[in-house]
Ligand binder design. Structure first.
Ligand SMILES: [Zn+2]
Length: 393
């Protein structure tokens, strides 16, 4: 069944409900034949698939009462899901303008109108409506705050977002879902990044500490903090902070390699760097680590040693990236026909690598070559990770 079919079934349900109420009223002598004509005209529009006119007729015909509220809401929400936001707004505004609903029902209609505004991109109007509901509608407070958090996230108003989550968590003091800690930590990291962009290291460090207090496993906070200390030439402190990432979430180990190399390069300690990388590799194997160790071994001891190292690692963990680097090392020393064949093989392997993405979202399957902390597709935090296996890490 397609979405359009579902929509038409919903409208048919609406038509039946409309007919039922009108029929009941008409049998009591309370409705005019003209009103009944509106209903049949609406049904006619529907059967002719003129949904726009049908909705107008139904809004005009069906009274707003506590009994018909669900039908109005269902119609408005269906319009929003179909992307007909203007029409959804019309249905919900019609509900709010009519007398006959109690306060709780009115608040539900206002909440749906706020959702319409969000869908229409009218975030200021949605924010205003939701803020009013947070004050007035205690039963809907958490739902409204969750929508506000999404608005502040999209508008990058991180302080407001943190405050809204604090109200949610405070509201649910008996059982705080762990996801809010993760989200708060990301908001703090966003603030830290803004501070770092202005070289405000004190504020950045404060936000990162706050982020780690919300979520002690925040890899993003550790990466930013390690980078901050590195910028301040506090290399040993940076390395200490980066070492936490393995315990926080080892899937992100490839992300710390660049900073670790930067620290050891600044300290002028290549032997220490190789030992450090090899130690991490033993505990948290990844193809990027193998390549980093091989590169440094190659610089210190030559291509043959680097090739031997990659070869031994490939036996343990087959990897296309490792194979590409191995071919590159052999190519530099090959001659004649062997060089030509290796070159063809290298091109094929690199073409294969070029078709692969580096990161994917474990929630929605989004793939890309950049590490997004917020998935651009499903809007989940920390759901995008480096792809592992023979074609990835
Ligand atoms: Zn996603």
């Amino acid at each position: 069944m397609t979405v359009v079919d579902l929509g038409l079934y919903a409208l048919l349900f609406f038509a039946v409900a409309c007919g039922f109420f009108l029929g009941r009223r008409y049998s009591r002598g309370q409705e005019s034949p003209a009103r009944s004509q509106h209903y049949y005209r609406g049904l006619n529009y529907l059967l002719n698939e003129q949904a726009d006119s049908a909705v107008d007729k139904f809004i005009e015909t069906l009274e707003v009462t506590p009994d018909t509220l669900e039908t109005h809401l269902a119609l408005g929400n269906m319009m929003r899901r179909k992307g007909e936001v203007d029409r959804a707004i019309k249905v919900h505004q019609n509900l709010i303008a009519r007398p006959g609903l109690n306060t709780g029902q009115l608040h539900i209609a206002q909440l749906e109108l706020a959702r319409d505004f969000i869908k229409a991109g009218l975030l200021d109007r949605a924010e205003g409506l939701l803020q009013e509901l947070v004050e007035m509608a205690s039963a809907l407070k958490v739902t409204c705050l969750e929508l506000l958090v999404d608005i502040y996230r999209d508008e990058r108003e991180w302080e407001k977002a943190i405050h809204a989550v604090t109200l949610i968590v405070g509201h649910r003091w008996k059982k705080v879902p762990a996801k809010w800690g993760v989200i708060q930590a990301h908001f703090c990291c966003e603030l830290a990044e803004l501070a770092l962009a202005q070289n405000d290291f004190l504020s950045a460090r404060r936000y990162l500490k706050q982020g780690l207090a919300y979520d002690k496993n925040s890899v993003r906070a550790s990466l930013l903090w390690g980078g901050l200390e590195c910028r301040l030439s506090r290399y040993n402190e940076a390395l200490k902070i980066l070492n936490r990432v393995g315990a926080q979430d080892s899937d992100y180990i490839p992300e710390i390699i660049g900073l670790i190399c930067e620290c050891y390069d600044a300290l002028g300690d290549q032997v220490g760097l190789v030992q450090h990388l090899q130690k991490i590799l033993e505990e948290f194997p990844s193809n990027s680590l193998v390549l980093a160790v091989a590169d440094r071994l190659g610089q210190m001891e030559g291509d043959l040693i680097a090739a031997e190292f990659i070869g031994s690692e490939l036996k343990l963990r087959p990897s296309i990236k490792g194979l590409s680097r191995l071919l590159e090392l052999h190519l530099e020393h090959a001659v004649g026909g062997a060089k030509e064949n290796l070159s063809i093989l290298k091109q094929l392997v690199d073409q294969l690598l070029g078709l692969r993405f580096a990161y994917s979202c474990h929630r929605c399957g989004f793939k890309g070559n950049d590490l997004h902390w917020l998935c651009p597709s499903c809007k989940s935090w920390s759901s995008i990770k480096p792809i592992r296996g023979i074609e990835g890490e």
